[in-house]
Design a protein around this ligand. Structure first.
Ligand code: SF4
Length: 729
């Protein structure tokens, strides 16, 4: 149909933290989206990547859940039934009919087999399912106390839904055992940022790279994971910004970089300590900034003095001269900014890695001005917002500590109930607690830990051990196969709500389509459960929830659904009429109690599981441009699935040749925790001795291999490093 016959609905991309603004053009006669295009919002500036442009048709998949389901066969073993996720499959993908208009995917390779799983569930009415959920959770709560209940919320949901979910767990069950996928993403960055600068959010936007003389992009493959942000980085390079790319893997960004630092994985602390050591030796620090705006500089300087470039070279494999070149480029820059990803955060030293980045910016005065600062590139489109809304065990909304009496009093008054004064368990701790008999009942909203969490076989045991599990999602995920009750939710396209991107931009996502069957919005479902456990909730819409959030969240001051407009607004927002909110934070003081940046020295520590003769290769896991997390959405999107249909292991040519493997051959990858089979992709981007596997593919589930050791501060797993062997099948 021509554009004039379509209806334009403004929304936000559901995938990465760049949070591109887009318009869906809807054919109301067909009840379907015809196409999507970018909008001129100040951040993304009408740009979209392949996921935003084409990755929305999953919402019309015939596999959408449309009715509540209750398990009928309690004697049948819970959990994924097929061999592929037991690590016994072939890693190959079954053939399926992907022609448009076909019922593509009733039995697709690589996704949950509905025909196999559905007979173990029966359809139920909403009242029956919700009554059962409330009754079982209350029974477990009564028998085991508040600590027996836990909830995983989702960064796929809106801010309003995240807020309601954490409020339900806290006010309805008296526990702070509530968390979400930030624990697997930037929890260590947030821990370091809170400690260092008093705020877990970015200090400047990705677009501000245009004002930087020098930008370090580290532990990140933005072309795959933050594609539109990556386009700004590359554009800045063309306009004169010096790009320093620091990563164990090469990428298209390394091809655009002025300096590519291909360090050994797990050596970030040593590298940045060496850079700081050299900056101090050259006298390129900012003494006034250090004196007036930081604390603990002497301890930091004493620590980094032990990392001269030659020692840095020894640990990182980066030539000492390259370390010196980076130090000089950064130290001499008028403005310099750091963007980082999960190559920094997903380590057992993730918090230390981020501490070094904070220290580097602080000792050189590179914070608080245009083109300077700290920016952890957020993974998911609303991981910033879900964290802001309190979907984390140690903080109420807006990072007000649950152990802080004054904060607790505010929320007790607002919510009319007494609250747990103790910090709750994180995602990774909850899995552990289930195995120890602590947590016994769980409410899982939009998360798929079976595929996303480390050491799948441990997660399998934990999910099987739960007395009661309710999963709320749009598809039958691998985790839903363990559920006692499955609640069909709406996708982002079928409801209103706000989402906060990596820049701190709060944007309105608007309802584009009607939900399928009896699927309901997450906020509605959470409210219905809350009412059934005795909470007097009467929210009529997401905007009513937002209105409750604003007075409880100082960062949201001056924001409302009504004034977010077409482009959203950055927080903090100095006044309701302000055009776009605050781009650069910390121009006068940091958010810490004393207003200073706290410098925390870090010593380099090796990763937890080093390669040896039995497992000689280092496994790095991550994402592809075309797919998203556990693949439940993108693997059901026609175009994305067609571009990247199979699981592959990326190997250096020599590592492959040593094992008799050629491009396209099937290989077995195994670690101390499990094994998978998948195709070989010869890649010149890997260093010899390192392999990369994306974690989107159930039939070759990367997390069967990964290690569940966590960072002691952020509790984030070491997804970026474990020892594996690869061999021909
Ligand atoms: Fe969506 Fe991220 Fe792509 Fe933008 S860059 S279209 S937010 S996936």
């Amino acid at each position: 149909r021509p554009r004039e016959q379509l209806e334009a609905v403004e929304s936000v991309c559901p995938y990465c933290g760049v949070g591109c603004a887009l318009t869906y053009w809807v054919d109301r006669e067909r009840g379907a989206i015809s196409f999507a295009e970018g909008r001129p919002q100040p951040g993304s500036q009408s740009r979209l990547c392949v996921k935003g442009r084409y990755g929305w048709d999953y919402s019309a998949s015939p596999q959408r859940l449309t009715k509540p389901l209750i398990r009928v066969d309690s004697s049948y073993p819970k959990g994924p039934l097929s061999a592929d996720v037991r690590g016994e499959g072939t890693g190959k993908r079954a053939t399926k009919d992907t022609r448009p208009g076909k019922d593509r995917g009733r039995k697709p390779g690589g996704l949950v087999d509905y025909d196999e799983v559905m007979p173990h569930f029966r359809e139920a009415t909403w009242d029956e399912a919700l009554d059962l959920v409330a009754r079982r959770l209350k029974e477990i709560h009564a028998a085991g106390g508040p600590g027996a209940i836990a909830g995983f919320g989702s960064a796929k949901c809106s801010n309003e839904e995240a807020y309601l979910f954490q409020k339900l767990i806290r006010a309805g069950f008296g526990t702070n055992n509530v968390d979400h996928c930030t624990r697997l993403c930037h929890a260590s960055s947030v821990a370091a940022l809170f400690e260092g600068v008093g705020s877990g959010a970015v200090s400047t936007t990705y677009g501000d790279v245009a004002n930087a003389d020098v930008a370090i992009i580290t532990g990140s493959n933005p072309t795959a994971n933050h594609p539109v942000a990556s386009s700004f980085f590359k554009q800045a390079r063309r306009r004169g910004t010096t790009i320093i790319y620091v990563d164990p893997r090469a990428s298209t960004v390394s091809e655009h970089a002025d300096i590519f630092v291909q360090l050994k994985p797990g050596t970030d602390v040593a590298f940045y300590n060496s850079v700081m050591c050299e900056i101090i030796r050259l006298g390129l620090t900012d003494p006034q900034f250090i004196a007036e705006r930081t604390s603990n500089y002497d301890a930091l300087a004493a620590t980094v003095a032990d990392y001269p470039p030659e020692r840095g070279e020894q640990i990182t494999g980066v030539p000492a001269d390259t370390i010196r070149a980076v130090a000089r480029a950064w130290g001499e820059a008028g403005s310099a900014v750091i963007y980082w990803g999960m190559g920094i955060s997903q380590h057992t030293t993730g918090t230390d890695n981020a501490r070094c980045l904070i220290a580097l910016c602080s000792i050189t005065g590179q914070v608080g001005r245009p083109g300077t600062g700290l920016h952890p590139l957020r993974g998911q489109n609303n991981v910033q917002g879900a964290s802001d809304a309190g979907l984390i065990p140690m903080f109420y909304p807006d990072y007000q500590g649950v152990t802080k009496e004054s904060a607790r009093e505010v929320f007790e008054r607002a919510w009319g109930t007494s609250l747990d004064p103790n910090r709750g368990l994180t995602v990774t701790e909850i899995i552990h607690s289930i195995l120890e008999g602590g947590v016994r009942g769980m409410y899982m909203l939009g998360e798929n830990p079976f595929l996303s969490d480390p050491n799948t076989n441990k997660v399998r045991k934990a999910l099987s051990a739960l007395e009661f599990l309710v999963v709320q999602d749009i598809f039958l995920t691998e985790t839903a196969e363990f559920a006692d009750v499955i609640l069909p939710a709406t996708s982002y396209l079928e409801k209103d709500g706000t989402y906060t991107n990596t820049d701190r931009r709060v944007q309105l996502g608007r309802k584009v389509l009607d939900p399928p069957g009896e699927a309901k919005a997450d906020w509605w479902i959470v409210q219905e459960i809350a009412r059934r456990v005795g909470l007097d909730w009467n929210y009529g819409s997401p905007s009513a929830v937002f209105d409750e959030m604003v007075p409880l969240m100082p960062s949201y001051t001056n924001l409302s659904h009504a004034n977010l407009g077409s482009s959203g607004k950055l927080y903090p927002n100095p006044d309701p009429e302000h055009l776009d909110g605050t781009v650069v934070m910390f121009d006068e003081r940091f958010n810490t109690d004393d207003g200073l940046a706290h410098l925390v020295p870090a010593q380099w520590l090796p990763p937890k599981e080093l390669p040896d003769s039995e497992y000689p290769l280092v496994l790095n896991t991550g994402r592809l441009l075309e797919h998203w997390h556990t693949g439940s959405m993108t693997r059901r999107s026609f175009a994305l699935d067609a571009i990247a249909p199979v699981a592959e292991i990326y190997m250096h040519p020599k590592d492959a040749a040593d094992r008799g493997l050629v491009h396209g051959a099937m290989a077995r990858a195994r670690s101390r925790r499990g094994e998978i089979q998948l195709q070989v992709r010869i890649s010149h981007r890997e260093q010899q001795g390192n392999v990369f596997i994306p974690f989107h593919f159930r039939e070759a589930a990367a997390n069967l291999l990964t290690i569940d050791e966590v960072d002691p501060f952020g509790k984030i797993p070491e997804f970026k490093f474990c020892a594996v062997q690869v061999e021909a099948v």
